[in-house]
Design a protein around this ligand. Sequence first.
Ligand SMILES: [Zn+2]
Length: 263
Amino acid sequence: MVLENAYWFLFHDDDLLVKEAEGISHILATSDIEQLGIVPINAQCIGFFHEKECFVAHVDSTTLPEGFSWKKVRPLYGNIQEECFWFACRAFHIMNWMKTSKYCGCCGTQMNVSTQELAMKCSNCDHIAYPRISPAIIVAVIKDNQILLARSNRFPPNRYSVIAGFVEPGESLEDCVQREIKEEVGIEVHSINYFGNQPWPFPDSLMIAFTAECSTEEITIDNQEIVDAGWFSAHNLPDIPDKLSVARQLIDWFVEKQTLNHT
Ligand SMILES: [Zn+2]
Protein backbone atom coordinates (compact mmCIF):
# COMPACT_ATOMS: atom_id res chain seq x y z
CA MET A 1 0.00 0.00 0.00
CA VAL A 2 1.64 3.22 -1.12
CA LEU A 3 -0.64 6.24 -1.25
CA GLU A 4 0.26 9.31 -3.22
CA ASN A 5 0.93 12.46 -1.21
CA ALA A 6 0.88 10.86 2.23
CA TYR A 7 3.30 11.34 5.13
CA TRP A 8 5.04 8.25 6.49
CA PHE A 9 6.33 7.64 10.00
CA LEU A 10 8.46 4.57 9.42
CA PHE A 11 10.09 2.86 12.39
CA HIS A 12 12.69 0.18 12.79
CA ASP A 13 12.69 -0.74 16.49
CA ASP A 14 12.55 2.71 18.17
CA ASP A 15 14.22 4.57 15.32
CA LEU A 16 12.28 6.87 12.99
CA LEU A 17 13.35 7.25 9.36
CA VAL A 18 13.73 10.94 8.47
CA LYS A 19 14.98 13.00 5.58
CA GLU A 20 17.69 15.57 6.29
CA ALA A 21 17.80 18.88 4.46
CA GLU A 22 19.59 22.09 5.44
CA GLY A 23 20.33 20.78 8.94
CA ILE A 24 16.66 20.03 9.70
CA SER A 25 14.88 16.67 9.84
CA HIS A 26 11.71 16.11 7.80
CA ILE A 27 9.02 13.44 7.77
CA LEU A 28 9.06 11.21 4.68
CA ALA A 29 6.56 11.70 1.86
CA THR A 30 5.32 8.90 -0.41
CA SER A 31 7.81 9.93 -3.10
CA ASP A 32 10.67 9.42 -0.62
CA ILE A 33 9.75 5.84 0.21
CA GLU A 34 9.28 5.10 -3.49
CA GLN A 35 12.78 6.49 -4.07
CA LEU A 36 14.18 4.33 -1.25
CA GLY A 37 12.28 1.23 -2.44
CA ILE A 38 11.04 0.60 1.12
CA VAL A 39 8.03 -1.64 1.84
CA PRO A 40 5.98 -0.45 4.89
CA ILE A 41 4.74 -3.33 7.09
CA ASN A 42 1.33 -3.17 8.88
CA ALA A 43 0.67 0.44 7.89
CA GLN A 44 -1.90 2.18 10.10
CA CYS A 45 -3.53 5.51 9.28
CA ILE A 46 -3.07 7.90 12.23
CA GLY A 47 -4.83 11.00 10.91
CA PHE A 48 -4.13 14.02 8.74
CA PHE A 49 -1.29 16.51 8.86
CA HIS A 50 -1.52 19.61 6.67
CA GLU A 51 -4.38 17.90 4.81
CA LYS A 52 -2.28 14.86 3.93
CA GLU A 53 -2.99 11.40 5.24
CA CYS A 54 -0.37 10.09 7.71
CA PHE A 55 0.67 6.49 8.22
CA VAL A 56 2.78 4.74 10.79
CA ALA A 57 4.46 1.47 9.82
CA HIS A 58 7.33 -0.80 10.68
CA VAL A 59 10.13 -1.29 8.16
CA ASP A 60 13.09 -3.65 7.96
CA SER A 61 16.45 -2.10 8.67
CA THR A 62 18.06 -0.86 5.49
CA THR A 63 21.20 0.93 4.39
CA LEU A 64 20.25 4.52 3.63
CA PRO A 65 21.57 6.84 0.95
CA GLU A 66 22.90 10.29 1.87
CA GLY A 67 20.15 12.65 3.05
CA PHE A 68 18.24 10.03 5.05
CA SER A 69 18.85 8.78 8.58
CA TRP A 70 17.40 6.87 11.56
CA LYS A 71 16.63 9.09 14.55
CA LYS A 72 15.29 8.56 18.07
CA VAL A 73 12.07 10.58 18.48
CA ARG A 74 12.75 12.54 21.67
CA PRO A 75 16.06 14.16 20.56
CA LEU A 76 14.28 15.32 17.39
CA TYR A 77 12.72 18.14 19.45
CA GLY A 78 14.21 21.43 18.24
CA ASN A 79 15.53 19.78 15.08
CA ILE A 80 12.20 19.31 13.32
CA GLN A 81 9.14 21.51 12.91
CA GLU A 82 7.36 21.47 16.32
CA GLU A 83 4.01 20.32 14.86
CA CYS A 84 5.85 17.42 13.17
CA PHE A 85 7.53 16.54 16.46
CA TRP A 86 4.20 16.10 18.26
CA PHE A 87 2.81 14.09 15.36
CA ALA A 88 5.94 11.91 15.48
CA CYS A 89 5.22 11.40 19.21
CA ARG A 90 1.72 10.20 18.31
CA ALA A 91 3.19 7.87 15.68
CA PHE A 92 5.79 6.54 18.14
CA HIS A 93 3.09 5.85 20.76
CA ILE A 94 0.92 3.99 18.23
CA MET A 95 3.86 2.06 16.77
CA ASN A 96 4.86 0.81 20.24
CA TRP A 97 1.27 -0.13 21.05
CA MET A 98 0.96 -2.09 17.78
CA LYS A 99 4.23 -3.88 18.55
CA THR A 100 2.98 -5.00 21.97
CA SER A 101 -0.56 -5.84 20.77
CA LYS A 102 0.29 -8.44 18.14
CA TYR A 103 -1.64 -11.20 19.91
CA CYS A 104 -5.12 -11.22 21.40
CA GLY A 105 -5.14 -10.87 25.19
CA CYS A 106 -8.24 -13.13 25.36
CA CYS A 107 -7.43 -16.06 23.06
CA GLY A 108 -3.84 -15.58 21.86
CA THR A 109 -4.70 -15.34 18.15
CA GLN A 110 -2.76 -12.88 16.00
CA MET A 111 -4.42 -9.43 15.91
CA ASN A 112 -5.05 -7.42 12.72
CA VAL A 113 -5.01 -3.66 12.19
CA SER A 114 -8.63 -2.43 12.08
CA THR A 115 -9.66 -0.67 8.92
CA GLN A 116 -12.46 1.25 10.70
CA GLU A 117 -10.79 2.81 13.74
CA LEU A 118 -7.50 3.14 15.57
CA ALA A 119 -7.59 -0.37 16.99
CA MET A 120 -6.33 -3.93 16.63
CA LYS A 121 -8.98 -6.63 16.18
CA CYS A 122 -8.81 -10.38 16.85
CA SER A 123 -9.96 -12.44 13.85
CA ASN A 124 -10.97 -15.32 16.13
CA CYS A 125 -12.95 -13.84 19.05
CA ASP A 126 -13.53 -10.24 17.83
CA HIS A 127 -11.71 -8.79 20.86
CA ILE A 128 -10.72 -5.18 20.09
CA ALA A 129 -7.64 -3.55 21.63
CA TYR A 130 -7.30 0.24 21.66
CA PRO A 131 -4.04 2.15 22.20
CA ARG A 132 -3.07 2.13 25.87
CA ILE A 133 -2.71 5.56 27.48
CA SER A 134 -1.34 5.67 31.03
CA PRO A 135 -2.27 8.81 32.98
CA ALA A 136 0.37 10.13 35.35
CA ILE A 137 0.34 13.15 37.64
CA ILE A 138 3.24 15.58 37.91
CA VAL A 139 3.24 18.25 40.59
CA ALA A 140 5.13 21.35 41.65
CA VAL A 141 4.96 21.54 45.45
CA ILE A 142 5.60 25.04 46.78
CA LYS A 143 6.44 26.06 50.35
CA ASP A 144 6.98 29.74 51.02
CA ASN A 145 9.38 30.81 48.25
CA GLN A 146 10.76 27.35 47.52
CA ILE A 147 9.92 24.46 45.22
CA LEU A 148 10.28 20.78 46.07
CA LEU A 149 12.59 18.98 43.63
CA ALA A 150 13.66 15.35 43.84
CA ARG A 151 16.21 13.07 42.23
CA SER A 152 15.05 9.74 40.84
CA ASN A 153 17.51 6.86 40.53
CA ARG A 154 16.66 6.86 36.78
CA PHE A 155 17.82 10.48 36.18
CA PRO A 156 21.14 11.58 34.67
CA PRO A 157 23.74 12.57 37.32
CA ASN A 158 22.80 15.74 39.31
CA ARG A 159 19.35 16.08 37.62
CA TYR A 160 16.39 17.06 39.83
CA SER A 161 12.74 17.45 38.89
CA VAL A 162 9.21 17.75 40.28
CA ILE A 163 7.42 14.67 41.68
CA ALA A 164 5.54 12.43 39.23
CA GLY A 165 3.76 9.08 39.33
CA PHE A 166 1.18 6.90 37.62
CA VAL A 167 -2.50 7.07 38.52
CA GLU A 168 -3.80 3.85 40.10
CA PRO A 169 -7.20 2.21 39.41
CA GLY A 170 -10.05 3.86 41.33
CA GLU A 171 -8.00 6.93 42.18
CA SER A 172 -8.85 10.56 41.37
CA LEU A 173 -6.03 12.76 40.05
CA GLU A 174 -6.00 14.73 43.31
CA ASP A 175 -5.85 11.49 45.35
CA CYS A 176 -2.91 10.45 43.20
CA VAL A 177 -1.10 13.76 43.84
CA GLN A 178 -1.55 13.30 47.61
CA ARG A 179 -0.45 9.64 47.55
CA GLU A 180 2.61 10.07 45.34
CA ILE A 181 3.95 12.98 47.40
CA LYS A 182 3.28 11.16 50.66
CA GLU A 183 4.98 7.98 49.38
CA GLU A 184 8.00 9.61 47.80
CA VAL A 185 8.84 12.45 50.19
CA GLY A 186 6.58 11.88 53.23
CA ILE A 187 4.70 15.20 53.23
CA GLU A 188 1.05 16.30 53.00
CA VAL A 189 -0.05 18.94 50.49
CA HIS A 190 -3.10 21.18 50.09
CA SER A 191 -4.45 23.74 47.56
CA ILE A 192 -3.99 21.35 44.61
CA ASN A 193 -4.63 23.19 41.34
CA TYR A 194 -4.66 21.97 37.74
CA PHE A 195 -1.79 23.40 35.66
CA GLY A 196 -1.84 21.68 32.26
CA ASN A 197 -1.16 18.40 30.49
CA GLN A 198 1.13 16.85 27.93
CA PRO A 199 1.17 13.59 25.97
CA TRP A 200 4.40 11.80 26.84
CA PRO A 201 4.69 8.76 24.58
CA PHE A 202 7.79 7.22 26.16
CA PRO A 203 6.13 4.80 25.95
CA ASP A 204 2.45 5.69 26.62
CA SER A 205 1.89 8.37 29.28
CA LEU A 206 -0.37 11.36 29.49
CA MET A 207 1.15 13.74 32.04
CA ILE A 208 -1.41 15.80 34.01
CA ALA A 209 0.31 18.65 35.82
CA PHE A 210 -0.67 20.29 39.11
CA THR A 211 0.63 22.82 41.57
CA ALA A 212 0.22 22.28 45.30
CA GLU A 213 1.22 23.92 48.56
CA CYS A 214 2.75 22.46 51.66
CA SER A 215 3.34 23.69 55.19
CA THR A 216 5.69 20.91 56.35
CA GLU A 217 9.40 21.44 55.83
CA GLU A 218 10.78 18.04 56.79
CA ILE A 219 11.17 15.57 53.93
CA THR A 220 11.43 11.80 54.31
CA ILE A 221 12.50 10.23 51.03
CA ASP A 222 11.39 6.70 50.12
CA ASN A 223 14.94 5.65 49.12
CA GLN A 224 13.56 3.44 46.36
CA GLU A 225 12.49 5.62 43.45
CA ILE A 226 13.76 8.85 45.07
CA VAL A 227 17.39 9.09 46.18
CA ASP A 228 17.42 12.76 47.21
CA ALA A 229 14.96 15.65 47.54
CA GLY A 230 15.04 19.19 48.82
CA TRP A 231 13.59 22.71 48.78
CA PHE A 232 15.08 25.04 46.18
CA SER A 233 14.68 28.77 45.64
CA ALA A 234 14.36 30.29 42.15
CA HIS A 235 17.94 31.59 42.14
CA ASN A 236 19.46 28.36 43.44
CA LEU A 237 18.13 25.62 41.15
CA PRO A 238 20.01 22.38 40.40
CA ASP A 239 20.20 20.78 36.93
CA ILE A 240 16.56 20.55 35.72
CA PRO A 241 14.75 18.89 32.73
CA ASP A 242 14.88 20.48 29.27
CA LYS A 243 12.27 22.84 27.79
CA LEU A 244 10.33 20.02 26.10
CA SER A 245 8.78 18.61 29.27
CA VAL A 246 5.81 19.80 31.31
CA ALA A 247 8.11 19.26 34.33
CA ARG A 248 10.21 22.16 33.06
CA GLN A 249 7.09 24.25 32.40
CA LEU A 250 6.13 23.80 36.07
CA ILE A 251 9.59 24.84 37.25
CA ASP A 252 9.59 27.83 34.86
CA TRP A 253 6.15 28.81 36.22
CA PHE A 254 7.59 28.79 39.77
CA VAL A 255 10.61 30.89 38.72
CA GLU A 256 8.38 33.40 36.93
CA LYS A 257 6.07 33.65 39.95
CA GLN A 258 9.05 34.34 42.23
CA THR A 259 10.39 36.99 39.86
CA LEU A 260 6.97 38.71 39.76
CA ASN A 261 6.75 38.59 43.59
CA HIS A 262 10.04 40.42 43.86
CA THR A 263 9.39 43.21 41.37
ZN1 LIG B 1 -9.09 -13.33 20.45
